[in-house]
Design a protein around this ligand. Structure first.
Ligand code: ZN
Length: 305
């Protein structure tokens, strides 16, 4: 049932299939788990698959949660804060790749925890059209707000063959899904492109996945280098707000189960990366302040095409 990684490359018409295994990180006995991805390695992997890189990235907000800031960033003031529910579209000259797939209204209701929160049906329809048109769909992690759009949808059969899930993501969706709507049976799972990789996986020209378990077992980051040379790192939910990276503070949510040690190591790494690579655009999925600022700067487009 495990399809070969090569099928992902075929989706994009690339010719090379690469097996990549970086050296395992060496930890001193008793040391806290580290996160030691190398941007240099990622950059060179981004050049391994020949072809034109994406020309721009669009973001779409289709829903919101309203939570005070201290939930997203431990120690922050309990002031009102918007958590944007988003998906990203990487635009090549001849097609698109999606990062995250959104969710329907029913799964959205789960996140309100009894409170009705904004859901933009027109944006959700735009997202659904973008998923149908995409050549490849990636998900940063296996939570409902990122993955339900390829599972709990009448389009699941159509979208599954071009949706790449990692083995860890598929495993969570089969055995411990965040909500019943996104549970995958063994048979359902076999319809998706399931990949397994060690540390990094280039999936298209300019696009590399970075394994980053922590927020969930199947969490990963997505590095994107555009034709223009501009670089992005989509970090999913490693932080819910970039203040979490800036102050190296995790979330403070009693009902959230995550590997806090692994997440802290990622926040520490991201904090250093942000200082060493000021031109790298680090994007947190739910940070509404950052979304608006990046759209204003022209670093992200504000609609799908
Ligand atoms: Zn999320």
């Amino acid at each position: 049932m495990m399809r070969r990684i090569a099928s992902a490359f075929l989706l994009l018409g690339a010719t090379a299939a690469l097996a990549l295994h970086g050296p395992a990180p060496i930890l001193a006995q008793g040391a806290a788990p580290g996160f030691a991805a190398s941007l240099g390695d990622v950059r060179s992997l981004a050049a391994r698959i020949p072809g034109r890189r994406p020309v721009r990235i669009n973001v779409l907000k289709f829903a919101e949660s309203r939570r005070t800031k201290n939930f997203s960033v431990k120690g922050a003031a309990a002031e009102p804060s918007v958590q944007a529910r988003t998906a990203f579209q990487l635009v090549f000259q001849d097609g698109t790749v999606m990062v995250d797939a959104g969710m329907d209204r029913q799964v959205h209701a789960f996140f309100g925890r009894g409170v009705e929160e904004p859901y933009d049906a027109a944006a959700a329809a735009q997202l659904e059209r973008a998923l149908k048109a995409a050549r490849l769909i990636l998900v940063t992690h296996e939570h409902g707000d990122h993955v339900a759009g390829v599972i709990h949808t009448p389009l699941a059969t159509e979208l599954a063959p071009k949706t790449m899930l990692t083995r860890a993501q598929a495993q969570t969706l089969r055995t411990a899904p965040q909500m019943p709507e996104i549970r995958l049976s063994e048979q359902d799972a076999s319809r998706y492109v399931i990949v397994d990789y060690d540390r990094y996986l280039p999936v298209a020209p300019g696009i590399v996945l970075l394994e980053a378990p922590g927020h969930t077992p199947g969490s990963q980051m997505v590095y994107v280098a555009l034709e223009s040379g501009r670089e992005y790192l989509l970090i999913g939910d490693a932080a819910w707000h970039m203040d979490g990276v800036r102050s190296m503070a995790g979330k403070d949510v009693p009902w959230l189960i995550e590997d806090t040690g692994a997440v802290m190591a990622q926040l520490t790494w991201l904090n250093g990366l942000a200082r060493r690579e000021p031109d790298l655009v680090i994007v947190a999925s739910h940070d509404e302040d950052e979304r608006l600022a990046l759209i204003r700067k022209g670093a992200l487009g504000d609609r799908f095409e």
